[in-house]
Design a protein around this ligand. Sequence first.
Ligand SMILES: [Zn+2]
Length: 334
Amino acid sequence: MNELRLGLPDDWHVHLRQGPGLAAYAARTATSCGRMLVMPNTLPPVADGLAVDAYRAQIAAAAPSCQPLMTFKLLPGMGTAAVAGCLAAGCLAGKYYPAGATTNAADGVADPTSIHQELAYMEDNDIVLSIHGENPAAPALERETEFLPVVDRLIHAYPRLRIVLEHLSTASAVAAVLAWPERVAATITAHHLFFCIDDLLGGSLQPGLFCKPPLKSAADRRALVAAAVSGSPRFFFGSDSAPHPVSAKLSSAAPAGCYTAPVALPLLAEVFAAAGALSALEHFTSRAGANFYRLPPNRGELLLTRQAWQVPSEIDGCLPPAAGRQLAWQAVRL
Ligand SMILES: [Zn+2]
């Protein structure tokens, strides 16, 4: 198969930042998606209705062809009135960052009981809980696995709450999601499906592939691919595209985050083709997530063509994963 048409994808996890880069990052994401779920870990965070409305307006102005779907950041002590304001402003999800787990998460949640009222309100009002599932106190490669018991406790403490565990990186997380009730789902990124930790640091260090959770073993990657191609309603695409300027990425303190938006669909096509599962790609990119968030599919299509191209070393001032590498597929929004 040299050509594949997909219903226009959704990206269920993007970071668009603030300031001068936002317009380019939003427009880039819009080249392959009809809707994008925008993460709220800006400075200051998106954590009240006014901030949600203001951020959405900036994004919509930059990328009118891609609908921004909004989230808010759960902050200890924010109160249910602020959550209600975010709901009134149209937020689909509240994002749980363990304190210190990743970029701009110092003000996150250290103890889940500190957001009990907010979680109970979300459960009562059917707002999805989106979780960055890493325990920052655990060893770097074990942080996701060591956070799974926290998710398990949340699932049992809030028996109607719908939960998305974001950017799975391990076989143990895939197994946990499958063992949990159907109201729990997960996103998987293109870079975690395509690369493993050896690509990051097996040769010379590749800062463009440094993200949190970090890339894991080849066996973990195989488990993620098996989940993504399975056609399960529990797994869907979220790029976790997280732009950082090249100067920061190549500094002596490279921040975590991969600017995957420009290459995500070509990476996914290559992964699914290698697995003999191209026919399952549309479900993963364009159906399962919409079903979980109870939205109709996008109108429009994306055309994937098997035509080799080389990823530039810089896109929108950022270092994309797969920079300099030849990819087999190109994506064009129709
Ligand atoms: Zn993220």
